[in-house]
Each structure stands twice: as C-alpha cells, then as structure tokens.
Ligand binder design. Structure first.
Ligand code: NAD
Length: 287
C-alpha cells in the first residue's frame, strides 16, 4: 500500500488509545445507546464507552458488524457489557425497540447518534429516495431516539442525561454534491441546540464535528469523488480530504470516540448545545 492509501486504511483500536474519565455516572448500571455501533466511529465509541464502565447498547442495521464490535471488545478484555440490537433506523418500530431493549439493560442515560451514510450527486440528479433515507437515518432517527430517551433520562436517580450527535465539518460549511449529507449535519446541530434549550440543564447535548476520519464510510467514497471531480484517488486524499486542514494526518475513530466520552463526562458539564469542532483548522482557516 502506498503512503497516501495507508492514510485512509481503517486502523485497529487498541485499549491504550481509549481515554477514561473518573465519573460517578460511568457505571454498568447506566446505559449508553450508540447508533452505528457496527462500524467505524460507532464501533470505536461502543468500545470506549464500555471501557469507561458504561453498559453499552450498540445498535446497527449490520448484524455482522455488531458481532465484530462485541468480539473486538472481548479481544481487548473490556469488562463492561456491550449488548447489541439489530435495527433499521428508518423504521419507527425498530427505533422504539432500541430504547425498550436498552432500558432492560440499565438506566438509559446517554445516547450517541452516530449512524450515517454518504451519497454523492449534484442537486439536479440527487435521487429523492436516497435523500429520504439519509434524512431518516441521520436526522429523524436522532430526534425520535432523543424523544424516546428523554423520559428515561428524567427517571434516573439524578434526572440527568446527555445526547451526543455526530455532526461533521459539513455541519459548518459544505462541499458540492453532498446535499443530503450537508442538510442532515446542519440539521443535527439544530437538534443538538434544541435539546439543550429544552433540557433545563439536566439533559445536556453536544455535537462533534470532525474532518475526515479513517473509516469505511470515507474509504468507500474515494473512488466516486475521484470520478466526479476528475482527479486521482491520491489527489482526493491529499487535496480534498486533508486539503485545508493544518495537519497532515487524518483522525482515527478512537480519537472521535474519546471526544464523545469527554462530552458525556462531568468534565463537560458546561458543554450544552455546543459543538466540539475538531477539524485540524479545516473550516476556520483559508489558504
Ligand atoms: P461507517 O460507514 O463506518 O458507519 C456507519 C454505520 O451506520 C454503519 O455501521 C451502518 O451500517 C450504519 N447505518 C447505516 N444505515 C443504517 C440504518 N438504516 N439503520 C441503522 N444503522 C445504519 O461510517 P463512519 O465514518 O463511522 O460514520 C459515522 C458517523 O460519523 C456518520 O454520521 C458520519 O456522517 C459521521 N462522520 C464521519 C466522518 C468520517 O470522515 N468518517 C467525518 C465526519 C462525520
């Protein structure tokens, strides 16, 4: 593999890369729902939340991916349980089942909306079916899950809970031919702030916005981006994915997982409605 391809190879997660916070609420009595738990950032977060002592309910449409997440947790020797719920976030009954099953494993206190996908097409050509699917997975399901989790948060001993939403640099500025993604990520930041507005300080929310992270979602879109822009695969990595960032290295899923752990923890008690913009300077610097 040449050096720029290596830059997007999906890295193994090791236990020493996971940060832990000493937090009284990070116990196995409390449950953290993680969508997209079968791959990439959601898998890393499932491992990191369990390493921090929480009972994790990892959910995904991809059953095999969830099994790999559990196997990975076992390989790493992580003690807190990682339970799984196979569910399609476009189906309301499934969304309801996720929260019901999570409540059977512990007190639902944390929700991480991570699942997502990409579709690249100009607005004029954008298939409305793809738009609807992305909207349902990346915006409607996070709202519906939040709605269903809120009563559980409020029922816990201290009445507190927290929602973390995986946004993106595409929730701050946009690139062409990703309209559904851009709209979803801007919307997710709106959802984050709406939760803060209604949470009365007891229910917090935050979003995480990163540039490109080494996950299958990124690796899979490289050929399409190269074709639509008429550039090489290596140019996609160096010019598009790292282009405006001030560092020359892409983030790893575990780096993003650590940001969620921080956001859920007591260290972030004043983070409410805010966005953790960890993009290497991508959106705030120019040329
Ligand atoms: P990924 O493709 O590795 O994981 C996404 C997961 O979502 C998959 O396991 C997939 O099965 C699941 N999913 C898709 N449709 C679903 C459905 N209908 N129901 C249930 N689950 C479904 O991607 P990733 O890179 O880990 O991305 C995770 C999140 O991070 C996404 O919201 C993405 O937009 C965001 N993000 C990623 C990057 C990046 O560079 N990778 C950067 C910024 C933001």
């Amino acid at each position: 593999m040449d050096s720029s391809r290596e830059q997007v190879a999906v890295p193994e997660i090791t236990r020493d890369r996971i940060h832990t916070v000493d937090d009284d609420s990070f116990t196995a009595d409390n449950c953290c729902i993680v969508t997209g738990g079968g791959s990439g950032i959601g898998r890393a977060l499932s491992l990191a939340a369990a390493e921090n002592g929480l009972t994790v309910v990892a959910t995904d449409i991809d059953d095999d991916g969830l099994a790999e997440t559990v196997a990975h947790g076992e390989e790493l020797g992580i003690e807190a349980p990682i339970e799984t719920v196979t569910a399609d976030l476009t189906v309301d009954d499934d969304v309801e089942r996720i929260v019901d099953e999570a409540a059977s494993y512990g007190d639902v206190k944390y929700l991480a909306n991570v699942a997502g996908m990409q579709h690249i097409d100009a607005i004029e050509d954008f298939p409305m079916g793809a738009y609807d699917r992305m909207h349902r997975v990346m915006l409607r399901a996070p709202l519906y899950l939040t709605k269903l989790c809120l009563p559980h948060f409020r029922e816990t001993d201290d009445g507190r809970g927290c929602v973390g939403n995986m946004a993106s640099v595409h929730g701050h500025y946009v690139t062409a031919e990703k309209v559904a993604y851009n709209v979803s990520k801007f919307g997710l930041r709106g959802l984050t702030q709406s939760i803060a507005a209604e949470g009365d300080g007891d229910v917090r929310s935050f979003s995480v916005s990163t540039g490109y992270v080494k996950t299958p979602l990124v690796a899979n879109q490289i050929p399409d981006t190269a074709e639509s822009r008429g550039i090489s695969v290596d140019e996609v990595i160096s010019d598009v994915m790292l282009g405006q960032a001030r560092n020359d290295e892409m983030m790893e899923p575990v780096d993003v997982a650590n940001l969620f752990v921080l956001g859920f923890s007591k260290l972030a008690r004043h983070l409410n409605g805010g966005d953790l913009l960890f993009d290497g300077g991508m959106t705030l610097t120019y040329e």
